[in-house]
Design a binder for this molecule. Structure first.
Ligand code: PAF
Length: 276
């Protein structure tokens, strides 16, 4: 596995890489969720590039940039064992040199849910993803469905800015008890971890209500709320039911609706979703 830190070198290697090229952007702390993306890329491409960059621009001042889990040596070994061809791991000064002043902003999808709770987050994500697409020039780029709003925004920027990449979305990978894999899960202490499976359980509860005939969004949201309020460690940030294509709120749940949840448990913020 080649490890590249310089943008010009990465660009010249990308130009010569055997096509098709698959890109898996990550912030490191590689887990099974990333591994699923990497395996999909390896199956569908001749060259797989993984990027590892903890992007400061997508964390607000009060967020966990400094405590975000980092383990470069362990990640490097794992990625090499997985058969990744190229690891692009630039320094912050490469990605954001002094004088950097251009951003990619999505006005609409970024204004709700995660965008509302984390001002500036999607501007940081959109800017870095756009840069990574320009630097690595992939044919296919792989993202997980756990960050569903991010996935929609990346699809939009890819179309709106004519990157011409195929965005491939991969279903969320879960622990045995249903908790969606996330690098942040390691911050949960034992009792928080035990409670965290209630997030997915509440989504499955909502799904069973729907399968038993309940289609009113407000009633389903209320049922999820009631379910989660029994857990004293869980603080609900939002519960929302939207159309998975337009991301508009829906009043009647139907196939193609998506239930999205954000909660905090102790100091850890977790998101999850379920597509009907
Ligand atoms: O989902 C992530 O890990 C990040 O938001 C991404 C897409 C790698 C951009 O920094």
């Amino acid at each position: 596995m080649k490890i590249i830190k310089s943008i010009p070198l990465m660009q010249s290697i990308s130009n010569k890489a055997h096509k098709p090229v698959g890109l898996v952007p990550t912030m490191g702390s590689i887990h099974e969720g990333h591994i699923k993306l990497i395996n999909a890329s390896k199956k569908q491409n001749t060259t797989t590039i993984v990027t590892l960059f903890v992007n400061p621009a997508q964390f607000a001042e009060n967020e966990d940039f400094h405590t975000y889990p980092r383990n470069f040596q362990k990640d490097k070994k794992l990625l090499s064992d997985l058969g990744v061809d190229i690891l692009f791991a630039p320094e912050t000064s490469q990605m954001y040199p002094s004088g950097f002043q251009t951003s990619v902003i999505n006005d609409r999808l970024s204004s709700v849910l995660e965008g509302e709770k984390r001002p500036g987050h999607f501007r940081g994500v959109s800017t870095i993803v756009s840069k990574l697409l320009n630097i690595t020039k992939p044919n296919n780029a792989y993202f997980g469905q756990k960050d569903f709003q991010q996935l929609l925004i990346i699809n939009k920027l890819n179309n709106d800015l004519n990157h011409g990449v195929k965005i491939v979305s991969i279903p969320t990978v879960r622990e045995k008890d249903g908790l969606a894999l996330s690098s942040r899960n390691i911050h949960l202490n034992q009792s928080e971890r035990k409670t965290a499976n209630k997030i997915y359980a509440s989504l499955k509860h909502a799904e069973s209500l729907y399968l038993n005939g309940e289609v009113n969004s407000d009633s389903i949201i209320y049922a999820i709320q009631t379910y989660l309020l029994k857990e004293s460690l869980i603080k609900i940030e939002y519960i929302s039911i939207r159309d998975k294509f337009t991301f508009e709120d829906v009043s009647t749940v139907m196939p193609g609706s998506i239930i999205l949840i954000a909660v905090s448990i102790g100091k850890t913020r977790l998101i999850d979703n379920l597509i009907i």
